[in-house]
Design a protein around this ligand. Structure first.
Ligand code: 13P
Length: 285
């Protein structure tokens, strides 16, 4: 029976063919529905990403069941991914539960400790056929409970990236090249030369975090230089929330979630479609 997949094949295919697979942060049944329905309509592979606080909120067992149901229902590759997990034992538990894609984020640790932590996850995950993403360098901004001050941000060093990938055996590398989680104060400045250098030295798929609020041309340039996975959270949350807020302004007495969720889902769907087009992942399955 068809089920959720790891991100291995879908990212290698994207790398080979020069597009990116979008990873959309989801929070509940409705947000999963929007992402998978839209991806299926557009024939795009897709990654559902859940941060630690999302998994805690929605329940790992509920989320994996919903993702598995989606994978059986639609004829596209669907992965559910543990996003920005810092706790190794939690990742192991969720892999045992059926997750087949994870990010261990030890980017706040010194280089050697980062390698040691990531290696432990890779060894465990690969036994179950699960993939592992890790980050070298440090993105600024806020992703749920993870807040990184601008002074603590650090760009990825290309030589260290090569060593990091070789020594850890990770399946994909999240790079810090100037994006940040959440909204930007000015226009983000991406260090494309750094990305090029990393691409030349590192052979695994590269991941762009913090892709919300980044102009489409910059995301597409990053993809042309080797980014194969593009993470989007904030750009989905804001229009969903705004549409629901507007609905309540227009219908102050509304109380039926089957009604007030609909405009949120529609607003989110438009962004999911747009991001799939930006990633170039349409009609790739
Ligand atoms: P944004 O909220 O900036 O889109 O970042 C999402 C992300 O990188 C998830 O890991």
């Amino acid at each position: 029976m068809k089920d959720i997949v790891s991100t291995k094949e879908m990212l290698l295919k994207a790398q080979k063919e020069g597009y990116a697979v979008p990873a959309f942060n989801i929070h509940n049944l409705e947000t999963v529905q929007v992402v998978v329905e839209t991806a299926a309509e557009m024939r795009s592979p897709v990654i559902l990403a859940g941060t630690p606080s999302t998994i805690k909120y929605a329940g790992a067992d509920y989320l994996i069941s919903i993702a598995s149901t989606a994978a059986r229902k639609y004829d596209i590759p669907i992965a559910i991914h543990l996003d920005h997990f810092e706790d190794v034992s939690l990742i192991k538990n969720y892999i045992d539960l059926g997750f087949r894609s994870s990010m261990i984020d030890a980017s706040h640790e010194p280089f050697e400790k980062n390698i040691e932590t990531v290696k432990e996850v890779v060894e465990y995950a690969h036994k179950s056929g699960a993939t592992v993403e890790a980050e070298l360098g440090r993105l600024g901004g806020q992703e749920d409970d993870l807040v990184v001050d601008e002074k603590d941000t650090m760009y990825t060093n290309p030589q260290s990236a090569k060593e990091f990938v070789e020594r850890t055996g990770i399946d994909s590398l999240a790079v810090a090249i100037g994006t940040a989680h959440g909204l930007y104060k000015g226009e983000p400045k991406l260090d494309f030369n750094r990305l090029k250098e990393i691409r030349e030295l590192v052979d695994v798929p590269l991941v762009l975090h913090g892709a919300s609020d980044v102009p489409d041309e910059l995301v597409q340039k990053a993809i042309s230089l080797g980014i194969c996975k593009v993470n989007v959270a904030t750009d989905l949350k804001i229009p969903f929330a705004n549409a629901v807020k507007n609905y309540f302004l227009e219908h102050p007495d509304a109380n039926d979630p089957r009604k007030y969720m609909v405009p949120g889902k529609e607003a989110m769907k438009a962004i999911v479609m747009h991001k799939i087009n930006v990633c170039g992942s349409k009609n790739r399955v």
